[in-house]
Design a protein around this ligand. Structure first.
Ligand code: ZN
Length: 340
């Protein structure tokens, strides 16, 4: 099969990789319909994470081709959406709703690599969710978004306890930040403040439900959020970037007793204990348990209540993956969909 391999930072190639096969009785083999390039794929691309002939990709939708003897909930021919973390969905951690921390958790990005024609998905019953039928081709980007960015943005909004009567501030206007805005709106937030200085992303933010746009960053951004909230700060803040400035901006924008949901992968962030101490806020974050939300997200998409697929602003064939990485690295694209 064809698949993406990152030879080293900045060197993305599409080449022949071995066809996956069933190894464990709980595995499924899927033929991908679409995949995409994630903001987190830029970490190895830019040399922040090591890359040495690394298989790439962790977002996926496709059709089941084959299942192991113990797989019960999906069968050949089913169209499925999967999470970017493998989970059994039965252990104590999964049952508490934190499937990304499953005792059998495995990052699809590290070992499977779904920027490819096919993928072997371990713990298929606990990782994949089938759609009610074969989706309309126009719905594929929406379903693909559920595999990571929508699920992650949704988790961030839930972690920040977005809901009726709440003012939600979202730091970050990338795909995940935009999805957190969509989620906050669906969860019933009264006011949604998007922090963005990019005109096209501001437009999408408003489309997804943002009521206010703040262009200031850092301390000025915090001051603006305080000004918009009667000096209190937002009830709910989503951090969807992962830099020192964005994280401290998110902490500063959260009101005392408020909730911060953080999902930006924050390699070099140092949180001064004393600032967190005096902030007096709840925090919850990390890799999103997308599997918890998948059944509900698929239903919302199927009923055309949400349109998360609009975050994809560049579509390329898998063979042109290298150009997709370049476009995202140079910020010419928010998110790149790869067709098969
Ligand atoms: Zn588990």
């Amino acid at each position: 099969m064809r698949g993406v391999v990152m030879y080293s930072a900045g060197d993305v190639r599409v080449e022949e990789r071995p066809d996956p096969r069933i190894i464990e009785p709980t595995d499924a083999i899927i033929r991908l319909t679409a995949t995409c390039v994630c903001g987190s794929d830029l970490w190895p691309y830019r040399g922040v994470e090591p890359a040495d002939h690394q298989v790439m990709g962790h977002e996926y939708v496709g059709v089941v081709e084959e299942v192991g003897a113990e797989v019960k909930t999906v069968a050949p021919g089913d169209f499925v959406v999967g999470s970017f973390v493998i989970s059994d969905n039965t252990c104590e951690i999964c049952r508490a709703g934190f499937q990304s921390k499953c005792v059998h958790a495995e990052f699809v990005a590290q070992t499977i690599g779904t920027q490819a024609e096919k993928a072997r998905i371990p713990y298929a019953d606990g990782t994949l969710v089938k759609t009610p039928g074969e989706p309309d081709p126009a719905m594929i980007p929406d379903l693909l978004a559920a595999s990571d960015v929508l699920g992650t943005g949704w988790f961030a909004a839930v972690a920040a306890q977005a809901g009726p009567g709440k003012t939600v501030a979202v730091v970050g206007d990338g795909a995940v930040g935009l999805m957190a805005i969509l989620a906050a709106k669906q969860l019933g937030a009264e006011r949604i403040i998007a922090m963005s200085r990019h005109p096209r992303r501001q437009e999408l933010a408003r489309h997804y439900g943002a009521t206010d746009i703040v262009t200031e960053r850092g301390d000025a951004g915090v001051a603006k959020i305080r000004e918009l909230t009667g000096g209190l700060g937002a009830h709910s803040v989503v951090e969807a970037v992962g830099t020192q400035e964005s994280f401290m901006q998110a902490v500063g924008a959260t009101r005392g007793g408020g909730h911060l949901g953080y999902v930006g992968v924050n390699y070099d962030v140092q949180i001064p204990g004393i600032e967190l101490f005096f902030a007096g806020i709840h925090t919850l974050g990390g890799p999103a348990p997308v599997r918890r939300f998948l059944p509900d997200l698929i239903a919302l998409i199927w009923d055309r209540k949400i349109d998360p697929g609009k975050v994809f602003d560049l579509t390329l064939p898998l063979e042109a993956a290298a150009e997709g990485y370049r476009a995202m690295d140079e910020r010419r694209a928010t998110k790149v969909l790869l067709t098969l």
